[in-house]
Design a protein around this ligand. Structure first.
Ligand code: HPA
Length: 237
């Protein structure tokens, strides 16, 4: 089944067993150029750039996922099902719902709540919360500890809607489901991994706050982003 409709590689072995997935394909390029050696581009379809290289002697792939569950749902499914990928770690940003998660904090995702129909439509799975893989969660926590970077572990909300205008997310979602922050991808990634017998995890930096409405500076965003990247790369090897 390779190449797939969305990934052009004709040889599955160009992908590492572990793939790190930022949403932005140009982020994938930046990470590969900054942290990996012997980098080769392994996908360019729709500019959803993917690169494989070495980090501390171990093969790692970094590939964009795009924004939202339909997009990460396609790429993670094809990587797991057709390219022999065993583990995907999403590296992204999120909006904080809580005073406990400030801007630039790094969150390791324990599980994802969603109102999305993704898992129900794809697999008939109707539970609204899907956990990350416990081994990936532990790898991320231990990597952060080794590096001496503080992190917060908790549940996030995977939302289909960025510009939400109906209802009140704090009473409708945050209070009943205990979500620390919001992003738009983890639920679909975790659903695919669980169904296909693979592993998935997620690490996020808080880029904005729905509580304090603080703004971030580009330079500080980069510093906290680099910490998250180092944790994910250490967890991958
Ligand atoms: N909502 C959804 N996804 C996000 C946000 C947000 O506020 N910030 C970063 N990713």
């Amino acid at each position: 089944m390779i190449p797939t409709p969305h990934i052009e590689a004709k040889d599955a072995s160009v992908f590492a067993k572990t793939v790190l997935m930022p949403g932005d394909p140009l982020r994938a390029k930046y990470i590969a150029e900054t942290y990996l050696s012997d980098v080769v581009q392994v996908n360019g379809v729709r500019n959803m750039l993917g690169f494989t290289g070495n980090y501390k002697g171990k093969k790692v792939t970094i590939m964009g996922s795009g924004m939202g569950m339909p997009s990460i749902g396609i790429y993670s499914y094809e990587l797991f099902a057709f390219y022999g990928v065993e583990e995907i770690i999403r590296i992204g940003s999120c909006g904080s719902y809580s005073k406990d998660a400030s801007i630039y904090d790094v969150i390791i995702v324990s599980d994802a709540f969603s109102e999305s129909s993704f898992a129900a439509v794809a697999f008939g799975e109707t539970a609204p919360v899907i956990p990350s893989h416990p081994a990936v969660l532990l790898d991320l926590q231990e990597a952060a500890k080794r590096l001496g970077y503080p992190t917060i572990t908790g549940r996030i909300h995977s939302s289909d809607v960025f510009y939400r205008q109906h209802g009140n997310v704090f009473t409708d979602v945050v209070a009943p489901h205990h979500c620390l922050a919001v992003e738009m991808e983890s639920f679909a990634l975790f659903a695919n991994a669980r169904k296909l017998g693979k592993r998935a995890g997620c690490i996020l930096t808080v880029s904005d706050s729905l509580v304090t409405h603080e703004a971030t500076s580009a330079q500080e965003r980069q510093v906290s982003f680099n910490k998250m990247m180092e944790i994910a790369l250490e967890a991958a090897i």
